[in-house]
Ligand binder design. Sequence first.
Ligand code: ADP
Length: 356
Amino acid sequence: MARLTLDSVTKRFDDVVAVDGVSVDIEDGEFLVLVGPSGCGKSTTLRMIAGLESISEGDIRLGQTSLSGKRPKERDIAMVFQSYALYPHMTVRENMSFGLEESTDLDDDTIRQKVEDAASMLDIDDLLGRKPDELSGGQQQRVALGRAIVRDPEVFLMDEPLSNLDAKLRAQMRTELQRIQENLDTTTVYVTHDQTEAMTMGDRIAILDGGHLQQVGTPLEVYHKPANRFVAGFIGEPSMNFFEMEVQGDRLVGDDFAYPLSEESRAAVEGSSHVTLGIRPEDVEVVEEGDGRHEFETVVDVVEPMGNENNVYLAFSPEREHSFVATVGGMRSVESGQPVVARFPESAIHLFDAET
Ligand code: ADP
């Protein structure tokens, strides 16, 4: 069993707190994606798990065993880097078998078999005799993965492994990596700054900002029940729309519109003088005519066609720039300059503490 536990892990570089009291339990066989903007502490967290960076406070355990004091080679963990880190003078076969020859006492036949099994899983059987400079980026990436797989570790750590691939290959490798991880059932921590990668790949997603863990949950949980405004804005594309509102009795009042609240929502804002109202672009309904509740007169500023749908950027008056975006089905034709009514259904809004 390989449950990986981060227990109040903190990392300080002089006066920079790169990772601040992060606690998370990664289940045996789970695919956890660590996501957040550049500089939020993702790589440092991964490097502490790998043993490449010391921990300032807290503990990391694999099963019941603390990893503190264990050198990287003594940890049953394999890391895949963004740069692939292949040895240029070695063939694919040598690159994949090198770690095993170094760190295990397996016989040559067993090592050959492990390399061939991994090569076949990754569809690189034909490339075993080549050197890295005779491979495409995608193929090099597979070799780097193969090198981790042959070690049959308790944990895979992956640091932005797809970021050097073009968009099409990246999408293809996303599903392939998931398939391989599911087959091998190896506990995996995968770092990315790309929320699409996080949403599509993770069993669960851990969102970091400024070294702090903001939320851990399934993709659906973090999407539908974001813990705070940061998570709400980071997950989802286009990003959630936000409006700063003042609480005035049974309604919220902002610069551009007032929003009446049901009793339930009123309870949620009780005690606050200001809140942030959030609504996802796909939850904004663009209607011809309605009953007037939660609906606002707007003007289409820009239409961004996305193929099967359009991102429609809306302004509260023709003289102004757009202030929010609605995702509208591609068959609906809306044009720049056209007046439309936008509705924010109360069941779809999110309320957050106001930004101070
Ligand atoms: P991410 O991987 O999310 O981009 P990092 O974990 O690389 O973030 O970095 C987190 C913070 O720690 C950043 O502010 C970064 O500048 C700082 N940092 C990382 N490594 C070092 C180091 N070796 N020395 C000093 N500061 C560092």
